[in-house]
Design a protein around this ligand. Structure first.
Ligand code: PMP
Length: 308
């Protein structure tokens, strides 16, 4: 059966899931989104993703036409309609169709989309041997111009950096802000271990407040590893004992070389491996049940139709 996509309150087959060419999400990148994972029949950190989605929308004055409770149910129902237990979920809310001008007031009805599919970001062996990355000339968006804390549909800053990665032959890059402090990757947060302290840039460095990042800080504290949200430079990364990236799609992936400098021993570090292990154990055992015991199976098998 074809994938069922949630589109404005209805489920439609993938082939019929279309939005207007006048949608300002398409014309201007005017909208917000989330990337969410389901593991083992449970949605991982669903509440945090919903809160971030609604906060991003609030920041750009985009009224999401359904409540957070309805969005939660629509997310779970999308997984059920597609019989998925392990998935990557892409939730998009765009400004909706307007005219060719950019005035958001001309877009009366935001578009809401939920797609459930699978994702593989990096080859499996990179998780074992670690990844080599570089810093690039493209700087992170200024927070005063386009705040990276908003998970907006406008990802050109990351795409420009990704183009540099592709051009240079690396899978991922680190972006610096205008002051030369390390911020994050194109779709991941960054951590280093330096003199035994686990460090990651703070919000005001110009980053997306990653949900995986928060979990890593949480498991590090549980393990008694000292943590610090502080600004650091390329020098700190080059001379760190360990480095890794975190994100919903990538999960946590070791970095073993930055700008040609070997990080630590050149192999994924002990703290990195322990944190990745703790993260995976949590992700496999916690979350919002997609198919709670006793759920009505007929709903799972059901075809198209309206949710509300
Ligand atoms: N930074 C950016 C720019 C991202 O796009 C993402 C992925 N959403 C992240 C960091 C990681 O955030 P999370 O762990 O919530 O996926």
């Amino acid at each position: 059966m074809s994938r069922q996509i949630y589109l404005d309150g209805r489920f439609v087959p993938k082939e019929e899931a279309r939005v207007s060419v006048f949608d300002h999400g398409f014309l201007y990148g005017d909208g917000v989104f989330e990337g969410i994972r389901a593991y083992n029949g449970r949605v991982w950190r669903l509440e945090e993703h919903l809160v971030r989605l609604y906060e991003s929308a609030k920041s750009i004055m985009l009224p999401i036409p359904i409540s957070m409770d309805e969005m939660r149910e629509a997310t779970l129902e999308t997984l059920r309609r597609n019989n998925l237990r392990d998935a990557y979920i892409r939730t998009v809310v765009s400004r909706g169709a307007g005219d060719l001008g950019l005035d958001p007031r001309k877009c009366p009805k935001p578009t809401v989309i939920i797609i459930a599919d699978t994702i593989t970001l990096y080859p499996e062996e990179l998780y074992r041997i670690g990844m080599k990355v570089v810093t690039v000339p493209t700087r992170k968006n200024l927070s005063d111009a386009l705040n990276p804390r908003i998970k907006s549909l406008n990802y050109l800053n990351s795409i420009l950096a990704k183009l540099e990665a592709n051009h240079l032959g690396y899978p991922e890059v680190l972006l610096m802000n205008q002051e030369g402090y390390i911020t994050e990757g194109t779709g991941d947060n960054v951590f280093i271990v330096r003199r035994g302290v686990l460090m990651t840039p703070p919000n005001n460095a110009g980053i997306l407040e990653g949900i995986t990042r928060a979990v890593i800080l949480e498991v590090a504290k549980e393990a008694g590893i000292p943590t610090a949200e502080v600004l650091f430079t390329r020098h700190d990364v080059w001379t760190a004992e360990e480095c890794f990236l975190t994100g919903t799609a990538a999960e946590a992936i070791p970095v073993v070389e930055v700008d040609g400098r070997t990080v630590g021993t050149g192999k994924p570090g002990a703290i990195t491996k322990a944190l990745i292990g703790a993260f995976r154990a949590k992700a496999m055992s916690e979350g919002t049940e997609i198919y709670p015991a006793g759920a009505d199976a007929s709903r799972v098998a059901g075809g198209g139709g309206s949710l509300h």
